[in-house]
Design a protein around this ligand. Structure first.
Ligand SMILES: [Zn+2]
Length: 217
């Protein structure tokens, strides 16, 4: 995490904010939304009809709002390293609900640059996690470690060798592709693709520019 001079921090709340600050911030946000989009909350009050399922990393620097959407447009599933784990009930239930009940017509897996999960494994720091009381995280990141091993030759090629940022960016892209393969193995997704009721996309969000790029799946 890079230190930022406090004068330049644009954030709404800080680590020393109390719950009253949160409520005050909500009032401000609500009234701004009300002014900008007068019928939004009335519409949201009638139910949700999202067009997209967004699968992203839990990283605090991005979410579905990077494509400028409003509340009610996107159903979201975030987890560390934007994984599609077919053995995870939360993941399977989210896919079923989004596809079969909400009838979204797009699924987006959006990874991002500078992913902490990926960098931890790249720097070979995963083994330190149990000692930091993060044994579940250690187990969780096994798949990223496997991805690194599967792509060792490419990562050690002259283009990527000794360049952590480049390696990490490459792995973010490869991880989206890997998670996409998992997505395709889910029965619910296969059926929706067969009857052409959904489209699927891979994206990469650049945390240092805000730019979203398409990943060829
Ligand atoms: Zn991440």
């Amino acid at each position: 995490m890079s230190p930022v001079a406090s004068d330049f921090v644009p954030f709404t709340l800080q680590s020393n904010s109390n719950i009253k600050d949160y409520l005050k911030a909500n009032e401000k946000w609500r009234s701004e939304m009300q002014n900008e989009h007068p019928n939004l909350f009335t519409l949201n009050g009638q139910g949700q009809d999202p067009h997209t399922l967004f699968i992203g990393c839990s990283d605090s620097r991005y979410n579905e709002n990077v494509v400028g959407v409003l509340p009610g447009e996107v159903f979201t599933f975030k987890n560390i390293a934007n994984k599609v784990n077919v053995e995870d009930l939360t993941c399977l239930a989210t896919l079923e609900f989004a596809i079969n009940v909400l009838k979204v017509n797009k699924i987006i897996i959006c990874g991002h640059t500078d992913c902490g999960g990926i960098k931890t494994c790249l720097k070979d720091q995963r083994k330190e996690l149990p000692g930091l009381q993060c044994s579940h995280l250690h187990q969780y990141l096994q798949e990223i470690d496997d991805l690194i091993h599967e792509n060792k030759v490419l990562l050690n090629s002259p283009e990527y060798q000794n360049d952590l940022e480049k390696q990490s960016r490459l792995l973010s892209i490869l991880n989206v592709k890997k998670q996409y393969e998992s997505l395709l193995s889910v029965d619910t997704v296969q059926k929706a693709l067969e009857n052409k009721s959904i489209e699927t996309y891979g994206l990469l969000y650049n945390v240092d520019s805000g730019k979203v790029e398409m990943i060829d799946l």
